[in-house]
Design a protein around this ligand. Structure first.
Ligand SMILES: Cc1ncc(COP(=O)(O)O)c(C=O)c1O
Length: 409
């Protein structure tokens, strides 16, 4: 058994992002050679450490931060005929999971300054069929959760926080991801902590947690909120009736769990680095009359997945700014995702048959004008990277940004 593998890919320079125990834990998994008896060991270690870090009762790992939300919806029994309120300005997984569950996505508009789902708009979208709200901590900033939870309490709705982009962000002193009934995190490669792909559900609700585990583990009888492993005595019994319900295979691979555990141990530092980079970009933008940063309300701590500003496109076209920034040596700038309901999948009705679960009235609503604020904001957003593991590169990017602003002013 060779446990004497190099610490880094190159064997020389320390790796700047995977600087903790990731390599050690991966070696531990490989040393076990995927024997079935060892299955889910690292996953369980990750889940328990994640739950502790977020102060949640349960953490249930998944293969990505899309499967997580689908599991929660299925576990909550949300399906055909039900409406789920979501923001339209988000990575489209937030919409996809609602369709996957055969439910209907109902779009609430966003706040013009924070770009986050607006409680006021949620109120306007409520109907007797509303069952859940998925809030999105867009770019690393928690939405205004107190009024949203109040709406949910009054109307008996489930609130899922889509926290794929928000690790250790805070709202009124509390960690984002612990404010709703359940939250979803993503470990996809651009996220604060990563295992290439991966995700996590956190919740304090024991019944929901049990059901989420069943849904993400093919409905196996014998798994539980804190156990992903089947009993040997069960699987050696020919009368073992395995599948207590239908489910999906959304388990996180052990190798990914090993990397995610190493990353979790250094999460504070990973977030701190992004915060430092965002601070430099923010200073470069300060005072520019045609760039308006995403507003961070005083009761929030932003976790800066990316640093986002709205460009006054009456004055400077989006592509003109992007080209000038690139010409100065800037990194690529990301545009905001298109408004979800304006994507071809809605406009051309490519919904893999889900259109049969959506009423003709709702299908007719998915067109320009449904969420005017989001539609007006989306084409103006510029997303700058914050994942510079060497702060000197972040400084260089901030200087390039400042020089670009001077040139275009
Ligand atoms: C807001 C949001 N929700 C969901 C996801 C989906 O996560 P994953 O790629 O892990 O499925 C992402 C990012 O990828 C995201 O940014």
């Amino acid at each position: 058994m060779n446990t004497d593998l190099p610490i880094t890919m190159s064997g020389e320079e320390p790796h700047n992002r995977l600087f903790g125990n990731e390599w050690k834990y991966v070696r531990e998994v490989l040393a076990e050679e995927f024997r079935t008896s060892s299955g889910a060991t690292m996953m369980r270690r990750l889940e328990s450490a994640f739950a502790e870090k977020f102060g949640s009762a349960y953490a249930i790992s998944h293969v990505n931060g899309t499967a997580t939300m689908h599991s929660i919806l299925e576990a909550a029994g949300i399906g055909a005929g039900d409406e789920v309120i979501v923001p339209p300005l988000t990575m489209a997984s937030t919409t996809h999971v609602v369709l996957q569950a055969n439910a209907t996505p109902i779009y609430a508009d966003v706040d013009p300054e924070t770009f986050l789902i607006s409680p006021q708009s949620i109120r306007q979208r409520l109907t007797p069929k509303t069952r859940a709200i998925i809030t999105v901590a867009l770019y690393g900033l928690s939405p205004d959760m107190d009024p949203i939870m109040e709406i949910a309490r009054r109307h008996n709705l489930l609130v899922i926080e889509d926290n794929a982009e928000c690790f250790l962000g805070k709202y009124n002193g509390r960690l984002a991801g612990t404010l709703g009934h359940a939250a979803s995190f993503s470990f996809q490669s651009s996220k604060h902590m990563t295992s290439g792909e991966g995700g996590m559900v956190v919740t304090d609700d024991a019944e929901l947690a049990e059901k989420v585990r069943m849904v993400c583990t093919l409905g196996y009888r014998g798994v539980g909120a804190k156990t992903a492993k089947l009993k040997r005595t069960d699987i050696q019994d020919p009368d073992y009736a395995r599948h207590a319900s239908m489910g999906w295979n959304y388990r996180l691979p052990e190798l990914c769990a090993a990397v995610a555990l190493g990353q979790l141990e250094n999460l504070d530092e990973l977030v701190r680095r992004r915060t430092e980079a965002a601070g430099l970009l923010h200073a470069a933008v300060a005072g520019c009359p045609w760039l308006t940063p995403q507003k961070t309300p005083a009761n929030c701590v932003h976790s800066w997945w990316t640093y986002v500003v709205a460009l006054d496109t009456q004055r400077i076209a989006w592509r003109t700014f992007r080209d000038a920034f690139l010409a100065n040596g800037g990194d690529g700038i990301y545009a905001a995702w298109k408004i979800n309901y304006l994507e071809p999948m809605f406009q051309e009705r490519k919904l893999l048959g889900r259109e049969r679960f959506i009423s003709p009235d709702h299908l007719a609503c998915y067109r320009p004008g449904l969420c005017p604020v989001a539609e007006q904001v989306q084409p103006r957003l510029l997303q700058f990277k914050t994942n510079y593991w060497d702060i000197r590169e972040a400084q260089r990017q901030a200087e390039i940004l400042a020089a670009t602003i001077r040139k275009l002013s």
